[in-house]
Ligand binder design. Structure first.
Ligand SMILES: N[C@@H]1[C@@H](O)[C@H](O)[C@@H](COP(=O)(O)O)O[C@@H]1O
Length: 256
């Protein structure tokens, strides 16, 4: 009942999962249902730790049930600037390792910003053009940064932003340093879809997992809609589904 009231108040469909495993199962089923109902769906992909098990389950479903991605197109949210495609920390490698190498997706239908481009502004414009040509995205998967970032849109990013180059905040670089040998190796810049780019998706699936997300989640549910807190923009979107696990609810008050 409380969840229903939140939905009515904030325009968000919220599912609370009892564990990370359940969250991952629900999220993978969401994607499988989309691909089954629309075999040529366009899906917006996210990286980070949160969607890892969802990708694992998509691999398993492909093996067991043969859900086909041969007509699916994907667009990744973001990519680091300056990492070679074969660098294990590039999001290009992340996607290959965790999903694309294990399903029947066509390489030509996979779009990830090229962080090695000599002309990054042109690369951003090109990415927007591809998105307009192949889009709209049917379902955009999102994770949540503990400072409220989505993609790599840091606090203060205009809601009107399109794909652009960003300078990463210290907190984001520190949070992502766990994947690198040390903090110095974490790139200082990235290319990210902008907030407006993300908001053009027909549906959004936001995954929230972990204690370190509970303050951001609380603020999403009860704070102001503000460019200082990028994820809050989702409250202006007509079709947002949030799956949050119990660990991310620690300090969250469900007010009605
Ligand atoms: N660019 C990514 C985001 O797309 C991701 O949502 C966020 C949270 O990551 P995690 O799921 O590991 O907490 O981290 C990175 O900054």
């Amino acid at each position: 009942m409380a969840l229903l009231n939140i939905k009515e108040r904030n325009n968000l469909n919220i599912i609370t999962a009892e564990s990370y495993e359940t969250l991952s199962k629900m999220a993978s089923q969401f994607i499988i249902d989309e691909v089954n109902s629309k075999p040529n769906a366009t899906i917006g992909m996210a990286t980070g730790g949160t969607p890892l098990q969802m990708y694992q389950l998509l691999q398993e479903d492909y093996k067991q049930n043969g859900t086909s991605y041969c007509n699916v197109t994907t667009f990744n949210l973001d990519e680091y600037v300056g990492l070679a495609k074969d660098n294990p920390n590039s999001y290009y490698q992340y996607m290959k390792k965790h999903l694309f190498n294990h399903i029947d997706i066509e390489q030509n239908n996979v779009f990830i910003p090229n962080g090695e481009s000599k002309d990054l502004v042109e690369e951003c414009n090109l990415y927007e053009r591809y998105l307009l040509e192949k889009g709209p995205i049917d379902i955009q998967i999102l994770g949540l940064g503990s400072n409220g970032h989505i993609g790599f849109n840091e606090p203060g990013t205009p809601f009107s932003s399109k794909t652009h180059v960003v300078e990463l905040t210290d907190s984001t670089r520190k949070a992502n340093a766990r994947y690198f040998d040390n903090l110095d190796q974490v790139p200082t810049h990235a290319i990210t879809m902008g907030i407006d780019t993300i908001m053009r998706a027909k549906k959004i699936l936001l995954l929230v997992s972990g204690k370190n997300k509970s303050n951001a989640y609380e603020q999403l549910l009860h704070g102001k809609i503000s460019e200082q807190f990028p994820v809050s923009v989702l409250r202006n979107h007509p079709s947002v589904h949030i799956i949050a696990d119990m660990s991310s609810l620690e300090s969250v008050t469900i007010r009605v």
